[in-house]
Design a protein around this ligand. Structure first.
Ligand SMILES: [Zn+2]
Ligand SMILES: [Zn+2]
Ligand SMILES: [Zn+2]
Length: 105
């Protein structure tokens, strides 16, 4: 069989435990919507491909290069996309309680 089996096994482990909304990195349990946030905040996990990064900038660069999120303004917590930067800033404040600088443009 082809050699992508090893990769699949790794991914499969993560996915099969998904039923209980476990964080696979710290083994804590969350509600579905909180888990996504937690994974991003605590482990810099890409919500599209479930890869974890040691640093936030690495995750951001990954999303830009691999998933092409450079256009518009994307929420790095839930991946929601906005045409306007102020909409994103407001979204992050209201939705995730994240203050994204006061940059008015
Ligand atoms: Zn965790
Ligand atoms: Zn990704
Ligand atoms: Zn968001």
């Amino acid at each position: 069989m082809p050699s992508f089996n090893a990769e699949l096994t790794q991914l499969g482990q993560n996915l099969t435990e998904n039923a209980g909304n476990w964080c696979h990195w710290c083994r804590l349990q969350f509600k579905a919507e909180e888990l996504e946030e937690h994974k991003v905040k605590a482990h810099n996990v890409c919500t599209r491909c479930q890869r974890a990064f040691s640093r936030r900038p690495a995750l951001i660069r990954h999303k830009e290069t691999v998933h092409g999120t450079r256009k518009g303004f994307g929420c790095d917590v839930c991946n929601h996309r906005f045409k306007r930067k102020d909409a994103l800033i407001r979204h992050k404040r209201l939705r995730h309680h994240i203050e994204t600088g006061g940059m008015q443009s």
